[in-house]
Design a protein around this ligand. Structure first.
Ligand code: KG4
Ligand code: ZN
Length: 333
């Protein structure tokens, strides 16, 4: 009999649902919440209300697109954490109720583990052990992936996440939230001619707060001399910021590959959608003889396919959650 998993993701500002049949994605939908643009960042209370409005139609459409009736589902996989608690509660409560109503198992999923396992939603799949640079709006980690569920974080940010470095720099320039994709687009038209410092952090850890301050002071000083500086040089500023963020990430990833001797190298998370990072990984792969794994764009930013895939592997192990499960905002591996 086929194993059909419904995945539900609601950890931040995207309400997502996906259907997976025997390890293959049949549908993968996301309702993004444009409302946060008005505030220049995510407002948690607004996010949970939007999840409440979106979750039923998104799940309904994901099932319809997949051509699957809810009675055919084998299990429901949902994001337990980490994330915004109000957002997580919506997805968790919905999943619990639907699983109870249908009399099928519930599978809890760790959001960051799911970003890594997004690589198993498509071919070619990385082989174990592999390194995954997981870069999102809340996390920046180098993960040593020994098996589907044995993951060790061998490097992480000491302060801001890579996505935050993009978003906060964008805010300083008056760009819309989230600024990562906007900077990526503008950077394509510019040259990286402004030099921002690369922090000297020991080991495999990262830091982005120094870069943030350097950008702030640079913009302040330039705007003093020319109030139109940001507008006049926007593409070049974006190219410079992106180049530095990518070099910080890639230098640590190369170090991790050298130190572990691992040549299977993946990227994941929202920032892995960045064209500069994707290109840099390809180039480093060619130079170092790595096998590189770059997810399709729909599997980079928050999505439910990765939740369904992770749920599938847990389902095979019969690793089910009880009806007493609660979401967890801060959740280690
Ligand atoms: O994984 P994700 O969708 O949500 C979290 O779990 O945080 O990541 C969102 C982050 C945001 O900071 C956003 O600006 C960034 O990913 N992002 C990008 C790009 N697309 C999304 N950053 C740089 N370039 C992009 N193309
Ligand atoms: Zn995420």
């Amino acid at each position: 009999m086929s194993i059909i998993i419904l995945g539900i993701e609601s950890s931040c500002d995207d309400t997502a649902a996906a259907v997976l049949k025997d390890g293959k994605i049949l549908s993968n939908l996301v309702a993004s919440q444009a409302v946060h643009k008005l505030y220049g960042g995510i407002v948690p209370e607004v996010a949970s209300r939007a999840h409440q409005e979106n979750i039923v139609p998104v799940v309904d459409l994901a099932l319809k697109k997949a051509g699957v009736k809810k009675e055919e589902l084998s299990a429901i996989a949902f994001t337990k954490g980490p994330g915004l608690i109000g957002s997580l509660i919506v997805g968790t409560s919905f999943s619990k109720a639907l699983a109870l109503g249908l009399g099928i198992p519930l599978v809890e999923v760790h959001h960051m583990q799911a970003h890594v396992l997004a690589h198993f939603a498509e071919e070619p799949k990385p082989s174990f052990p592999f390194l995954c640079l997981t870069v999102s709006g809340g996390h920046t980690q180098i993960v040593l992936v020994k098996s589907h569920f044995e993951m060790e974080v061998i490097g992480q940010t000491l302060d801001d996440a890579a996505g935050e470095a993009f978003d906060k720099s964008g805010k300083m320039m008056g760009l819309d939230y989230p600024a990562g994709p906007v900077i990526d687009k503008l950077a394509k038209e510019g040259r990286p001619r402004f030099d921002f410092p690369e922090p000297k952090i020991k080991g495999l850890d990262f830091s982005f707060s120094g870069l943030k301050t350097a950008i702030l002071y640079f913009l302040r000083d330039q705007v003093k001399q020319n109030p139109g500086f940001v507008k006049d040089h926007l593409a070049d500023i974006c190219a410079s910021i992106q180049e530095r963020i990518v070099s910080i990430l890639m230098n640590k990833l190369k170090k991790a590959a050298r130190e572990t001797g691992i040549q299977e190298i993946a990227i994941a998370g929202g920032v892995s959608a960045n064209s500069g990072l994707r290109h840099a990984l390809e180039e480093a792969g060619k130079q170092n003889g790595w096998n590189t794994y770059i997810p399709k764009l729909e599997f980079c930013t928050d999505n439910a396919a990765m939740i369904a895939v992770t749920g599938y592997y847990k389902f095979l192990k019969k690793d089910f959650a009880g009806q007493d499960v609660s979401p967890v905002a801060r959740m280690g591996f």
